[in-house]
Ligand binder design. Sequence first.
Ligand SMILES: NC(=O)c1ccc[n+]([C@@H]2O[C@H](COP(=O)([O-])OP(=O)(O)OC[C@H]3O[C@@H](n4cnc5c(N)ncnc54)[C@H](O)[C@@H]3O)[C@@H](O)[C@H]2O)c1
Length: 252
Amino acid sequence: MSDSKVAVVTAAAGAGIGSAIARRLASDGFDVVITDAHERRAGELAQELSDEHGRGFMAAALDVTDPEMVSAVMDRVASERGGLHVLVNNAGWSKIEPVAEMELETWRRCLDVDLNGTFYCMRYALPHMINSGGGSVVNISSIAGWEMTTEHGAAYSAAKAGVMALTRVAAAENGRHGIRVNAVAPGLIYNDFLKKIYPEEFFTGYVEQRSYVGRVGAPEDVSSLVSFLVGPESGYITGETYGVSGGVHPHA
Ligand SMILES: NC(=O)c1ccc[n+]([C@@H]2O[C@H](COP(=O)([O-])OP(=O)(O)OC[C@H]3O[C@@H](n4cnc5c(N)ncnc54)[C@H](O)[C@@H]3O)[C@@H](O)[C@H]2O)c1
């Protein structure tokens, strides 16, 4: 147990946004709990952060689509770390298939990871956050939840739009407990794994023709915004979804 505020990050052990958020919140002084469906990688990152910061970080296997597992992990975090103050719902999954041809399993899996998983984590973390005296939730959505496009697939777009709506209602419900709930909607945040999801054309000319800042996004572009949203300087902000897309999809 430590004096730091406790922050659970889901899907924190990959090569992208989740691990950048975990690293940033650890540097900000949070007692970060590294959770991921991939148990070994979660343990490795927790060890790396423990070595780097000279204090122990907890790792937990967590598949966000399993509500019993989510409930058990949130209970364990609150009892072993002495509370729960911050939740970052980063887990996401996508497969791009047109509606008229979509495998039912694609729809179900996408809604299950991206939307149900976000709900399960909030459902079982919020009571602990209330008991801990308040805190902040950040849900990682996507500009796919705003755009009219064939680029991301309907399952992913619908799930990420659902995350934005879930964010607003949860913010309205929990403000009185001192809990703020916001979402972040990234555009292209590059990691090599994306090549397995998106066709080559998606990346062609992206920097030259679509980004207004002359580059693709990096995971740290998202983690810096999450750091602000879970910190004390964003105390008047709740229920919002912030784009981080290099101007590809400004939302006003
Ligand atoms: N990368 C982008 O361009 C981009 C753009 C917009 C939104 N997003 C969203 O950002 C989030 C992070 O994406 P990323 O591409 O940076 O990947 P990431 O590296 O942060 O996440 C990958 C990790 O997710 C874990 N994971 C997969 N399924 C899981 C599950 N059911 N439960 C728990 N963990 C699971 C994997 O083990 C892996 O470690 C996702 O919600 C994604 O939809 C990403």
